[in-house]
Design a protein around this ligand. Structure first.
Ligand code: ACO
Length: 334
């Protein structure tokens, strides 16, 4: 098994910061309700930047940190459930902007678990000795899916992008991806839904329109069964981290950090109790960023590295969970 290391990270956040007080000017809510139920104080929302633009900005910073030139990128994976176009893929737009002409490019949609799925996929690509560098970018404008008249949804989400450059680790490197644990529960897909375009063409017979697979979704706005998501998230977050730790034959106490998908402070707290992790192991940027879907984990990782709080040799677990339903954890030595 070839070993993989993260050699550079980058991120992008829009300048527009929307506080809980500002939210209270568009829906009936309060700072007290939002903070006590979710831990969120503010979120960055797109000031108009498309998803591809945020992806390019994050990628540039990640490649600069890695010291990798665009010509050296073999694969670009963009994880997003909020692309600007059905086609071309966001990854192909990023390729064009960066000039990464030899890269193969595609988008991956595993909702909020996308980054963990992409990291697992990068490790598999790097088994192929002709592949040297995989660029993963998680870029999400979740605000596009949000109904700003629905107070139970709109306070939760934010926009942003995070990127990592992955390379094969040498014999001399301690860095390695130690284990991954991915899963999907499609039978519970109805708890988080955003609908795409409906079938509509001039030859469609009357009454040929099929009912909505998930209820009565007329448009793309996100619907969520909050308490079901909550229970699912706590279960899979704790269990998948513990499974990666067991697979790798290490002890949870050896982990310097656990970076959960940033959905809700209470989900992270409950999962930490379930897996018996120490509070200082759990990383949270939820107060400042809200839920940025697949971008949340690389946004945390980049901040840890740039602030000097993560050292080479530190062991880290990441865990995503989200629509699908999907989940995934990865354990690595940075
Ligand atoms: N401000 C004030 N009141 C609100 C708000 C708000 N923003 N939102 C809902 N309420 C009200 C509801 O209308 C309801 O009022 P009612 O009792 O008069 O009917 C009351 O608060 C309680 O509503 P619940 O939905 O039962 O509140 P709950 O305690 O479950 O908290 C929450 C809601 C925060 C959404 C919680 O269920 C949760 O965090 N779930 C997980 C959601 C999540 O993280 N989703 C994303 C993960 S997956 C992904 O990233 C895509």
């Amino acid at each position: 098994m070839q070993r993989m290391k993260i050699i550079g990270t980058g991120s992008y956040l829009p300048d527009l910061v929307v506080t809980n007080q500002m939210m209270a000017s568009v829906v009936e809510t309060s700072d007290e309700w939002i903070t006590s139920r979710t831990g969120i104080s503010q979120r960055h929302l797109s000031s108009g930047e498309p998803t591809w633009f945020m992806a390019v900005e994050a990628a540039r910073k990640g490649m600069e940190a890695a010291g990798v030139l665009t010509e050296a990128i073999d694969v670009i994976i963009v994880t997003t459930c909020t692309p600007d176009y059905y086609l071309p893929s966001t990854a192909c737009i990023v390729q064009a902007e960066l000039g990464a002409s030899k890269a193969i490019c595609f988008d991956l949609n595993a909702a909020c678990s996308g980054f963990v799925y992409a990291l697992d996929m990068a490790a598999r690509y790097l088994q192929d000795l002709s592949i040297e560098h995989v660029l993963i970018i998680a870029s999400e404008n979740v605000s596009k899916l949000v109904d700003y008249g629905d107070r139970s949804i709109c306070v939760l989400f934010g926009d942003g992008a995070g990127a990592v450059v992955c390379a094969r680790a040498g014999q001399e490197d301690d860095s390695a991806l130690l284990a991954t644990q991915l899963g999907s529960e499609g039978q519970n897909g109805q708890v988080l839904v955003s609908r795409a375009l409906k079938i509509s063409h001039p030859f469609l017979a009357d009454g040929a329109v099929w009912p909505d697979r998930f209820g009565s979704h007329e448009d793309h706005t996100l619907t969520m069964e909050g308490q079901e998501v909550f229970k699912f998230a706590v279960r899979v977050l704790a269990d998948s981290v513990l499974e990666t730790v067991a697979k790798a034959g290490v002890d949870l106490a050896q982990l310097r950090y656990i970076i959960p998908h940033q959905a809700n402070e209470r989900i992270s707290d409950a999962a930490a109790r379930r897996m018996k992790a120490e509070p200082e192991q759990i990383i949270s940027r939820i107060a400042d960023l809200g839920n940025t879907s697949s971008a949340s984990i690389p946004l945390c990782l980049d901040e840890l590295i740039r602030s000097g709080r993560l050292d080479r040799g530190d062991m880290v677990a990441i865990c995503g969970f989200g629509a699908g339903l999907t989940y995934g954890a990865a354990l690595f030595v940075y």
